[in-house]
Design a protein around this ligand. Structure first.
Ligand SMILES: *Cc1c(COP(=O)(O)O)cnc(C)c1O
Length: 435
């Protein structure tokens, strides 16, 4: 029997028991969140929509934070996740670099979003909250939240960007199946939604507007809190299980990463992979961490670093981040999870102080390398993850030319099995690869 030793799988006992807090490692401290009137936001201001435990995590200076037992139990349903040496992909590309992917697609929602969904549902439940509202673009976050709400016995209401709901009707069915309520945004349930609809009855919605709706509802009801699937410090904190596991997995085979690569929508899978390595980078280890975004939504590579709101209506505090502006209308590219105008303050700070880098890739390259991955590894990446994959492949080929192969690790943030509309469109545009 041939042995297949491509998967590095940690035993359950190696599941990280603490989250890694990147905040104390930042070379420059994060500026405070601000009100539109220019006052620093106090933790108390956030209590209308977040539980105290998560607000404390948002500004914590502790280096590590213990993962509560019920959250560990939930994470252990699918974690630790495999780190896979993509040998057949390397061969298909003709490169001698070692390419690994961290497989976050094995979670119940099919993406890394379950890591924070479980934690946020738990802390809200502990705070006596019985309903959660959120927004979802592509539907992965809504799916992760619907499952987490089920795990901890809370109701979930998801405002789903109308255009995404039309493109991805199956996500709604999954969320409904899990017991969550799904509304198309703009909806008639909130002032923000009604305003958008009166301006344009055919409005197809944006993530920024869906956030406004979910926040408005949570702020107006004491039994209801708001949860966000990316951007915020506590979300990145919860995602650091990814990077901690990667560290252990690479160490277990005597490997050290030269490149850490993840796609960037709001920054959570990137921050979760790279966070635990920031100290190593600052202490001089030669690791390039690259956040990859679509050329058509170039927040990090072409945005401006400034204080900006996280939503369209301006309900959220102003955060110091790279932004394309709250009224930026991203084109309807199918990587729905990468269509956000802003970026995580943590990732923005790391980029500003040049601890990490950013790159943009074209949708043609994403599709091309997604197909290479499908043909070699038999894995269909989420369109979002295909950005990390494409950058990894392009880089590995460039390193080959320069004669400097290395160790490249990227996050497969999710699988693409519910993204067939996107793949179908790409096939129609670029040919379906039949040869
Ligand atoms: C949401 C999502 C992203 C983008 O969000 P980040 O916070 O930047 O990680 C990437 N990939 C998948 C599969 C997603 O669901």
């Amino acid at each position: 029997m041939p042995t297949i030793e491509n998967k590095i799988i940690l035993p359950k006992s190696e599941l990280p028991t603490t989250w890694y807090n990147v905040l104390p490692d930042l070379p420059d401290p994060l500026g405070p969140y601000m009100t539109p009137a220019g006052q620093p936001v106090s933790p108390a201001d956030l209590e209308a929509i977040f539980p105290k435990a998560l607000i404390e995590q948002e500004v914590s200076s502790l280096k590590v934070i213990k993962i509560p037992e019920p959250v560990l139990e939930a994470l252990s349903i699918w974690r630790p996740t495999p780190l896979v040496r993509a040998r057949r992909l390397e061969k298909a590309l003709g490169v001698s670099s070692r390419i690994y992917y961290k497989d976050e697609s094995v979670s119940p929602s099919g993406s890394h979003k379950s890591n924070t969904a479980m934690a946020q549902a738990y802390f809200n439940k502990e705070a006596g909250i019985t309903r959660l509202t959120t927004e979802t673009g592509a539907g992965q976050w809504g799916t992760a939240l619907a499952i987490a709400a089920r795990q901890f016995g809370i109701q979930a209401r998801v405002y789903m960007v109308k255009v995404s709901l039309r493109q991805k009707p199956y996500r709604k069915i999954i969320m409904n199946l899990m017991g969550a309520e799904v509304l198309p945004s703009p909806s008639t349930e909130t002032d923000a939604g009604r305003k958008a609809l009166s301006a344009n009855p055919d409005a197809l919605g944006t993530l920024g507007l869906a956030i406004s709706e979910a926040v408005e509802e949570a702020a107006s009801r004491p039994d209801t809190n708001y949860v966000l699937g990316s951007v915020l410090n506590h979300v990145i904190l919860h995602q650091t299980v990814i990077g901690q596991e990667v560290k252990k997995q690479l160490a277990s085979i005597g490997e050290k990463p030269n490149y850490l690569i993840a796609c960037h929508g709001g920054g959570s899978n990137f921050g979760g992979l790279v966070g635990p390595f920031v100290k190593d980078i600052l202490s001089g280890q030669k690791i390039s961490a690259i956040a990859v975004e679509p050329e058509s939504c170039p927040t990090l590579t072409a945005g401006e670093f400034k204080y900006d709101a996280g939503d369209t209506a301006g309900f959220t505090p102003l955060m110091p981040m790279f932004s394309l502006g709250t009224d930026f209308q991203p084109p309807a590219i199918h990587a729905g999870g990468l269509r956000y105008h802003g970026a995580a303050p943590i990732v923005s700070a790391l980029l500003k102080s040049q601890v990490i880098q950013a790159a943009a890739v074209s949708s043609e390259d994403c599709f091309k390398y997604a197909q290479t991955m499908a043909w070699s590894e038999y894995v269909i990446p989420a369109p979002e993850s295909a950005h990390a994959l494409a950058k990894t492949c392009l880089l590995a080929q460039e390193l080959e030319k320069q004669g400097t192969p290395g160790c490249l690790v990227f996050t497969l943030s999710g699988h693409g099995l519910l993204d067939m509309t996107a793949y179908e469109l790409q096939q129609n545009n670029h040919g379906n690869g039949k040869s």
